[in-house]
Design a protein around this ligand. Structure first.
Ligand code: GTP
Ligand code: MG
Ligand code: NA
Length: 342
C-alpha cells in the first residue's frame, strides 16, 4: 500500500439526492438514530454532519478483525433534497471526497438527482449510488443487515425479476445523463464505471456493502488526498444561536488541528472578525452535529471532524466560508485580508 506510515484522515462523504429519496433515513439506519422522524414535514432543512468511527463501522458492517481499514472513520454530510436548498447541496459537495447519490428504486432518477449529477460532474467528484428502498419491491422478504447479494438470493423469482428490470431502468437513466453505472457486485471496472449499491434503510440490507465500499475502496482510489496535513482547512456549515452557548458555528475541519485559545478569523459582510476559540464541541460518535444533544469538549481536535465552535463575535459569520486560524508569527492584517478574499 502507498499509505505507508502516514496519518490518514477520515474521508468526507456527502449524501445527495432528490427530496424524500431516503438520504436521512439511510444515515439513521447506519447510526441507529431517528433524526428523520423528528424533521418538520419529514424534510431536511439544514446540512448535517456525523462522524462514524471505524470501530462502529466495523461493527455495523460485520467486518472480521483481519479485514484491514486504513482510515480512522468516515465523516458523513447529510444534505436536503428539496429544490430550494441547492446552496446547501453545493456547499456539502464542495468539501467532500466522495458522494453517495441516493436513488429511490421505485422512482428512479428525479429532478434533484439529475441536478446533483451535474454538480458532481462539474466538481469532478466521484460517487456511489445507493439504490434504496429495495424493501418496497413487492413481496420483499426482509434480511436484516444482510449483504445485498445474500439478501437478493433469498428473494422469490418475482421479486428478483422486479429488481432486475428496475435496476436496468436506473442504469439506462444514468446512461442518458452521461454516466456508466453497474451494480457493484458485477462491476469489474470500478475506475470507470460508477458503483450501484442496493440498500434498504428499514432493515439495513446492503448497508454493510455501502459502508465497506466507503472505508475500503474510497481510500484505495484517493489515498494521497486523505493524508493528514497540518495546515488548517475549516469550512463553516451553519451559524447557530444557542441560549446557553451564544452564537456558535458548526464547521467541518477538513485539515489540520484546532485548539482552545486559537486566534481565528471569520469573514462577515461588515468585514473580518477576529476572535479566540473558547471551546470545541463534538456530538458523541454516530450522532448528528446539528441535533441538540450532549457534546464532548475538546482542548484540541485533529481533522477530520464535524465541530461546533464556541467563540465570541460569531453572529455575522457566513455559512460556506472558511474559518482562518492565525498562527503565532502570522501577520494579522494579512490573515484578515485573506479571510475576506473568499
Ligand atoms: P430530504 O432530506 O427531505 O430531501 O429527504 P430524504 O432523502 O432525507 O428522505 P427521508 O430519509 O426523509 O425519507 C423519505 C421517506 O421515505 C420517509 O417516509 C422514510 O421513512 C421513507 N424511506 C426512506 N428510506 C426507506 C427505505 O429504505 N424503505 C422504505 N420502505 N421507506 C424508506
Ligand atoms: Mg433528509
Ligand atoms: Na424527507
Amino acid at each position: 500500500g502507498s499509505g505507508g506510515e502516514r496519518e490518514l484522515c477520515a474521508p468526507i462523504c456527502c449524501i445527495l439526492g432528490h427530496v424524500d429519496a431516503g438520504k436521512t433515513k439511510l444515515l439513521d439506519c447506519v447510526r441507529g438514530t431517528n433524526v428523520q422522524k423528528g424533521e418538520a414535514g419529514g424534510i431536511t432543512q439544514q446540512i448535517g454532519a456525523t462522524y462514524l468511527p471505524v470501530e462502529n463501522i466495523r461493527e455495523r458492517a460485520g467486518l472480521k478483525p483481519e479485514v484491514a481499514i486504513k482510515v480512522p472513520g468516515l465523516l458523513v454530510i447529510d444534505t436536503p433534497g428539496h429544490e430550494s436548498f441547492s446552496k446547501m447541496r453545493s456547499r456539502g459537495l464542495s468539501l467532500c471526497d466522495i458522494a453517495v447519490v441516493v436513488v429511490d428504486i421505485t422512482r428512479g432518477l428525479e429532478k434533484q438527482t439529475i441536478e446533483s449529477l451535474h454538480l458532481l460532474k462539474r466538481h469532478d467528484v466521484r460517487f456511489i449510488v445507493a439504490l434504496t428502498k429495495v424493501d418496497r419491491l413487492y413481496g420483499w422478504k426482509s434480511c436484516p443487515n444482510a449483504p445485498i447479494v445474500k439478501a437478493l438470493k433469498s428473494q422469490s423469482d418475482d421479486v428478483q425479476s422486479e429488481y432486475k428490470w428496475r435496476l436496468t431502468e436506473v442504469v439506462t437513466q444514468f446512461k442518458e445523463n452521461g454516466f456508466n453505472t453497474a451494480p457493484y457486485y458485477e462491476n469489474k471496472k470500478m475506475k470507470q464505471v460508477f458503483n450501484i449499491v442496493p440498500t434498504s434503510a428499514i432493515r439495513g440490507e446492503g448497508v454493510p456493502d455501502l459502508l465497506l465500499l466507503l472505508v475500503r475502496w474510497v481510500p484505495e482510489i484517493m489515498i494521497e488526498k486523505l493524508v493528514y496535513d497540518n495546515s488548517v482547512e475549516c469550512t463553516i456549515l451553519e451559524v447557530n444561536g444557542d441560549k446557553d452557548l451564544g452564537t456558535t458555528i458548526d464547521v467541518v475541519l477538513i485539515n489540520g488541528a484546532l485548539h482552545q485559545g486559537d486566534q481565528a478569523i471569520v469573514c462577515t459582510k461588515q468585514g473580518p472578525v477576529t476572535t479566540i476559540i473558547r471551546d470545541l464541541l463534538t456530538p458523541h460518535p454516530m450522532k448528528e452535529l446539528k441535533a441538540k444533544g450532549v457534546y464532548k469538549h475538546h482542548k484540541e481536535l485533529r481533522a477530520v471532524h464535524g465541530v461546533k465552535i464556541v467563540a465570541p463575535g460569531l453572529q455575522h459569520a457566513m455559512a460556506g466560508t472558511s474559518l482562518i486560524v492565525v498562527k503565532p508569527g502570522d501577520d494579522l492584517r494579512q490573515a484578515e485580508a485573506a479571510a475576506m478574499q473568499q
